[in-house]
Design a protein. Structure first.
Length: 244
């Protein structure tokens, strides 16, 4: 890891509420490029919010589906267990926000378990369904390696695949991973893989399908490289596409 990377994503300003001045829920509106960070009660979501703010994004935690209306970008973070995260996301109603964003072409970023939730399910908890945006299931990492993978690792772009997410990088970037499971895409989802890393074998590190981006690593914990990726995502949100 290059010196000075650790903790670079921890700066940022506090987010502002999205409600109206009279205490009613008014949504985000269409006058600003606001990025909705989906707050479904799992993990430290403020680290993702602050990292996006640090690179110039107007990111706000959103706990109610109606508060995401008008967002120019949607971020689905996640840590911990797949099953607990899937159930919490559905209980919050924010699963529909994620699905509408992807379907409408609103820039979307899934991170770690938020990445895994885009798939059909996980062997970590076979009773819990994923969002089914991408074909495939989440599997335990293979090989004789220590679990979880908790380290910086080099990510390699898939040869011949163009990626707006990885466009800022001339050489393979290093990102920070914390996970014991990773998606194994099938069908058309295999064509969405844009980056892999090596940990007991080839592990899918990132996918990109149109305006839907997702990473197994944590950009918000990945120093300068992570901030560059988030900056590219924020730039992609400056389009006249809003969540409705």
């Amino acid at each position: 890891m290059p010196a000075g990377d650790a903790g670079a994503a921890q700066a940022g300003r506090a987010g502002e509420g999205a409600g109206g001045g009279d205490g009613t829920r008014a949504g985000i509106g269409r006058t600003a490029d606001v990025i909705a960070v989906l707050d479904y009660g799992i993990g430290n979501l403020r680290s993702a919010e602050k990292a996006l703010q640090h690179v110039g994004g107007d990111a706000r935690l959103v706990a109610e589906p109606e508060d995401a209306l008008g967002a120019s970008g949607v971020v689905l973070p996640g840590v911990g267990a797949f099953g607990a995260s899937a159930r919490a996301l559905r209980a919050s109603g924010l699963d529909e926000v994620a699905l509408r964003a992807v379907a409408a072409g609103v820039p979307f970023l899934g991170v770690c378990v938020g990445f895994q939730l885009l798939f059909e399910g996980s062997e970590e908890d076979p009773r819990a369904d994923g969002l089914g945006v991408l074909e495939g299931h989440v599997r335990r990492l293979a090989g004789d390696v220590k679990l979880p993978q908790m380290q910086w690792n080099r990510t390699d772009a898939v040869a011949g695949v163009r990626s707006a997410m990885l466009a800022p990088f001339v050489v393979p970037p290093w990102f920070y991973f914390v996970h014991s499971f990773a998606p194994v895409p099938t069908g058309s989802a295999r064509d969405a893989v844009v980056a892999t890393c090596d940990y007991g074998g080839t592990v899918v590190a990132a996918v990109e399908r149109g305006t839907c981006w997702a990473t197994q690593f944590h950009p918000e914990k990945s120093g300068r490289a992570g901030l560059r990726l988030l900056e590219a995502f924020v730039a992609s949100c400056s389009r006249d596409v809003r969540l409705s």
